[in-house]
Design a protein around this ligand. Structure first.
Ligand code: UD1
Length: 342
């Protein structure tokens, strides 16, 4: 029988791409999502891509009773990939308690149920935000974490600590935290992708919406950073590459290849691109016009970060393979599909 994997937040951006990759590798997937920031129709599109509709349950994992009832109903779960969380940096500053309650409680409920129902493995969505502005680049897994810039970022750091501490006292539980750099792009079929609600905060959705005519103009936040062209540098990783990394992490646990029962890895490409380089690449590869202007820095932004991926490449036997160009092409194809643009 196929191994059953619970994907929380499986109708979201990274979750949906991961469901597709898991199903492609023969895993049986159950999705839990409260649909607070995603659409149920994502399941139709997953089915169009893979031919398989994942089982689905709608509830919030911060609800302990519902989470417990879920594990009573689904007794074949072997591993969990936990994406479900609030993720808007600005909103987290306004609503810190909601962020702490939701993001921390859901993780603790899952860990408790893993212990109670004998589910051994969990992959957790963490973020390179835990490094803040690193003193030395690129960042390795040994780079020290820095104090979080926002309650959202802090939930990622605290969740890592919760897993570390729980794994230290419970050797039946295995966790891997994946520290994502900047996921962008969409599935090559353009059937799933990022669907931000309202005005996008992140760069690539803002670019694609501007190119599609939904936004007047892109604002580039700052051109006076200490970088070659003055704009900030990030490590942009294709979302399908990132989804594949989750499958690799799951297999590492199922194959009992972990070096310790709590591990964490950087998941990026190892290359940094500036905002300006990304904008120019988008225009060139998609042959579109894009109106943009330089404005002041955005509060809370760091200047530059990119990953040293050598430890993850060696330990996981995985590296990102898609180019920035094909990734930006996929982002535009997705936006056009969503907006009905030819
Ligand atoms: C942000 C979050 C990070 C989170 C990640 C994924 C902050 C400070 N960090 O990362 O914690 O894990 O999203 O959701 O919010 N930019 C523009 N114009 C725009 C939008 C962005 O110039 O309209 C620039 C930003 O200043 C930044 C780069 O583009 O230099 C990338 O921004 P964004 O996509 O928002 O990601 P991060 O800020 O790196």
């Amino acid at each position: 029988m196929a191994k059953q994997i619970l994907v929380t937040g499986g109708t979201g951006y990274i979750g949906s791409h991961t469901v597709v990759e898991l199903q492609g590798k023969g895993f049986d997937v159950v999705v839990v999502d409260d649909l607070s920031n995603s659409q149920i129709t994502v399941l139709d599109n997953i089915e169009k891509i893979t031919g398989i509709r994942p089982a689905f349950e709608q509830f919030n994992l911060a609800d302990r009773d519902k989470t417990d009832a879920f594990f009573q109903k689904y007794s074949n779960i072997e591993a969990i990939i936990h994406f479900a969380a609030f993720k808007a940096v600005g909103e987290s500053v306004q609503k810190p308690l909601e962020y702490y309650r939701n993001n921390l409680t859901s993780l603790m409920n899952l860990l408790e149920c893993m212990n109670k129902y004998g589910v051994k493995h969990m992959v957790f969505s963490s973020s390179c935000t835990v490094y803040g502005q690193p003193d030395v680049l690129p960042v390795t897994e040994e780079t020290p974490r820095k104090e979080a810039e926002s309650p959202y970022g802090n939930t990622k750091a605290i969740c890592e600590d919760i897993m570390r501490d729980y794994c230290a006292t419970n050797d039946k539980i295995n966790c891997i935290a994946l520290r994502y750099f900047n996921p962008i792009g969409a599935h090559p079929t353009a059937l799933i992708g990022e669907l931000p609600v309202g005005v996008p905060n992140n760069l690539v959705p803002f670019i694609t919406q501007t190119a599609a005519g939904l936004r007047e103009e892109l604002s580039i936040f700052g051109d006076d950073y200490d970088t070659p062209d003055g704009t900030a540098i990030r490590d942009y990783i294709n979302v399908v590459d990132l989804a594949e990394a989750h499958v690799v992490a799951i297999n590492r646990m199922l194959d009992e290849k972990q070096k310790a029962n709590y591990e964490f890895f950087n998941v990026g490409t190892g290359s940094g691109y500036s905002v300006n380089e990304l904008v120019q690449a988008f225009i060139k590869v998609n042959k579109v016009d894009l109106k943009y202007k330089i404005v002041g820095r955005r509060h809370g932004d760091i200047e530059k970060i990119w990953a040293d991926t050598s430890y993850g490449n060696k330990e996981l036997g995985w590296s990102a393979s898609r180019t920035l160009e094909e990734t930006l092409e996929s982002a535009w194809k997705w936006e056009k599909n969503v907006r009905g643009i030819e």
